[in-house]
Write a protein that binds this ligand. Structure first.
Ligand code: CTP
Ligand code: CA
Length: 225
């Protein structure tokens, strides 16, 4: 059993993971969304469970499913709902990994009835959503916080800016420049960025990428105890 336990480096750890897109309602039948598949978050959840963690997976609209007793799935739709669900689970969490592609804006007014088409152009006023990860960063105590950054230019500078602003322990930089990386694919090419270090990884399957990220989490958890 000693041997078995060695392979469960995340046992007794609660890991909170966000995944997928969020949908922001325009009216009862329409929304503003994005192409996030949720795959990266689901792979992280699966791998973390394999490593012995108790996983809470808060995900926006996706067709992905999980049947794993160690993964508690909380399905949400909007950024506001994701914010509430994540905050309700934050206190007992040891690690948060924010892989969700949260909408930055939502319609200021949600129409109660389906909008009818008109001759003239339509303007929908948008207001910012709350930044979930930044709010966790501001409340951070013992928790380790991991974010994702999807950048097209000034990648490193932008990623480091987010790392600081959101009070993260590290940020996973997703290169959109590379083929086979990003939202819908099964592969990803990442760099793990801390305040004083950048670790670059090859193009890999999202399962392998999840393992690389969790390895870094395990190192981080080992540091202080
Ligand atoms: N994030 C979040 N809540 C939001 C927006 C983003 O929790 N309302 C999280 C994402 O899950 C990700 C990280 O913050 O882990 C960075 O998201 P990203 O969209 O790259 O950064 P933003 O701060 O939204 O800045 P921008 O979109 O302008 O690059
Ligand atoms: Ca954003």
């Amino acid at each position: 059993t000693q041997d078995l336990l060695q392979h469960l480096p995340l046992r007794n750890k609660k890991i909170l993971i966000t995944a997928g897109p969020t949908y922001e309602a325009i009216d009862p039948v329409r929304f503003i969304g994005n192409h996030s598949s949720g795959k990266m978050g689901f792979e992280l959840a699966r791998e973390a469970a394999k490593l012995g963690a108790e996983v809470v997976l808060v995900c926006g609209p996706t067709h992905l499913k999980t049947e794993n007793d160690s993964i508690r799935l909380i399905r949400v739709v909007s950024a506001g709902e994701m914010y509430e669900a994540v905050h309700a689970e934050y206190e007992g969490a040891n690690v948060v990994i924010a892989a969700a592609a949260v909408a930055d804006y939502k319609p200021k007014i949600v129409a109660a009835h389906k909008l009818k088409k008109q001759e003239n152009s339509l303007n929908i006023e948008l207001e910012p959503t709350r930044d979930i990860l930044a709010s966790l960063g501001a409340l951070k105590q013992h928790q380790k916080l991991v974010g994702f950054a999807l950048e097209t230019d000034n990648e490193l500078e932008n990623a480091r800016g987010k790392l600081e602003r959101k009070n993260l322990d590290f940020i996973v930089l997703n290169s959109l420049k590379d083929e086979g990386a990003g939202f819908k694919s099964d592969t990803n090419k990442i760099s793990i960025v801390t305040r004083d270090e950048v670790k670059r990884f090859d193009l890999k399957t999202k399962t392998e990428v999840a393992r690389d990220i969790l390895n870094e989490v395990i190192l981080l958890l080992d540091e202080k105890n």
